[in-house]
Design a protein around this ligand. Structure first.
Ligand code: IMP
Ligand code: MG
Length: 502
């Protein structure tokens, strides 16, 4: 440390440092520093250890002053004689701003970088989790350690340290916005507790967190002894629900990427996995583009890009819906990257299968628009392409199987090897009709290549030569698929959670 501190500051640092976990280790110390008072104090205390310290600032480009904040943190690093790294991420305005900003921040910060959360933040987290209906785990809130080394300090300590040192800190105006629940809890709920009980609620709530975390860790240890194999469907089904829930939860967390370790599956995800356990469904999507499925009495999390939708989706951009559509979109079902990989596999297979007899590709408009284009480019044969447009009669939600030809083919099919390129097969009735219609024109062969097949929904004998992905039977949009003509231009496929009827 090169900075020279006044004796008052030196005394304060000497008092605070032993209350942190910064000296539990002596390796390099990565610090996430926004320039606010808590993370500025964290930087000062980090610099007072013997460790090699780097301050990381993330500029989200969201506030006009955000690049000035980076300058302030750089000056702090210079003052303290530690390293500085500035990261710039592009978040953009739109819905789910906080979640998207957090995601973007995590993708650039080193794993487990220290943050300046204090005991006051811990107390707020306990209350926020309570307001979400949390169980033991959520009451445990943040876990003290290298990632959260300041949980035994109070916010007034960090502010005092900055004040004594006369450090300029970033003021985040959004901290005053009481529409954000955390801010309202801070400004109104905690003071109300104090007023009613005549006690400072922060250490009490922090104690609750410590006790709950201890219990949660104990329970998870015991759960492992009682039910050691989280893949065993029978054991899970026979276990009391709190036990199976905990085993599933701990299993999913253990397969998370390191930087997501603190983010357990949601209640709803665990409930959906329990439906797979009970046999109500065969498989379910979970966050991160993953899928939990069941075969021969064993549960598994698929984690490899291929036609069965395996693959931990680490492509940060792909897991975030574009802001102009985010309000209508749920999880990514198939990412753009997964589509690219699979389409080139299909192209290679078709190339090998047809060889000397290049097929006539018949695209079904409009849903197959992107798929037809990408697939045709992935086939290394002189293919012909043609299109037809159909519209099915019947209610909006259910295909009746009676199809009106809106645009017919230009090509003559007789003697040709025809490959129908479809977006999605749901009941299969549309395709069934189409197949009969085309067969009547005397092609030499007639096969189907569908990008998506909805699991278990077909009311016809499934007989499709090429299928991109089998997906759960939910309504999806993107990559050509629409709801009321919208969202065909998304590059990934998402579940649709909006209210337009389809
Ligand atoms: P089927 O006759 O039930 O197989 O319906 C097939 C047609 O319904 C597809 O070509 C799509 O146009 C439409 N479709 C079925 N499921 C979806 C979906 O999840 N999203 C968008 N369109 C769908
Ligand atoms: Mg369609």
């Amino acid at each position: 440390m090169t900075a020279q501190f006044s004796s008052h500051a030196a005394v304060l640092i000497e008092e605070l440092l032993p209350r942190t976990l910064l000296q539990n280790d002596d390796g390099p110390l990565e610090v996430a520093c926004s320039g606010g008072p808590d993370s500025t104090a964290l930087a000062v205390l980090a610099a007072a250890t013997n460790r090699s310290v780097t301050l990381h600032h993330v500029d989200h480009g969201l506030r006009p002053s955000s690049s000035e904040d980076a300058v302030l943190v750089k000056e702090l690093a210079d003052f303290l004689g530690v390293h500085f790294v500035g990261h710039i991420v592009d978040v953009g305005e739109g819905p789910n701003l906080e979640a998207r900003a957090r995601h973007a921040r995590r993708s650039v910060l080193p794993n487990g970088a220290a943050t300046g959360h204090t005991m006051d933040d811990q107390a707020e987290t306990v209350l926020l989790n309570l307001l979400r209906g949390t169980g033991t785990e959520g009451l445990g809130a943040m876990k003290p350690g290298a990632h959260h080394p300041l949980l035994d300090l109070r916010r007034r300590d960090t502010h005092e340290l900055c004040g004594v040192l006369g450090l300029r800190v970033v003021v985040d105006e959004s901290n005053d916005d009481q529409r954000l629940l955390r801010n309202a809890v801070r400004a109104r709920l905690l003071p109300l507790f104090e007023e009613l009980s005549h006690r400072d609620p922060v250490p009490l709530l922090a104690r609750t967190a410590t006790l709950a975390r201890g219990d949660a860790e104990l329970l998870s240890g015991l759960a492992k002894l009682v039910l050691p194999d989280p893949h065993d469907v029978v054991a899970l089904r026979e276990a009391p629900q709190p036990l199976s829930t905990r085993v599933i939860r701990d299993w999913v967390i253990s397969t998370n990427l390191d930087d997501e370790r603190e983010h357990p599956p949601s209640e709803a995800e665990v409930a959906r996995i329990l439906e797979v356990v009970s046999g109500d469904v065969q498989a379910t999507e979970i966050s991160g583009g993953r899928r939990v499925a069941r075969t021969s009495g064993r549960l598994r999390i698929d984690a490899e890009a291929s036609g069965t939708l395996e693959g931990v989706n680490t492509d940060a951009k792909q897991t975030i819906a574009p802001s102009w559509a985010a309000h209508d979109l749920g999880d990514v079902v198939v990412s753009a990257q997964q589509i690219r990989t699979r389409v080139s596999e299909l192209g290679a297979q078709i190339t090998a299968d047809y060889g000397d007899n290049p097929p006539l590709l018949v695209g079904v408009l409009k849903g197959a628009m992107h798929f037809m284009s990408d697939l045709a480019q992935a086939i290394e044969l002189p293919v012909d392409v043609d299109f037809m447009a159909v519209s099915s009669y019947g209610s909006a939600t259910q295909s009746s199987g009676v199809v009106r030809i809106v645009k017919d083919l230009d090509a003559d099919l007789s003697g040709r090897h025809v490959l129908v390129v479809e977006d999605i097969i749901d009941s299969g009735l549309t395709l069934n009709y189409l197949r009969k219609y085309l067969q009547a024109r005397g092609p030499a062969s007639l096969e189907v290549c569908a990008l998506l097949l909805k699991d278990g929904e077909q009311r016809i004998e499934p007989d499709f030569r090429y299928v991109g992905f089998t997906i759960p039977p939910t309504f999806v949009v993107g990559y050509g698929l629409d709801v009321a003509e919208k969202y065909r231009n998304l590059d990934s496929i998402y579940t649709y959670v909006g209210t337009d009827s389809y």
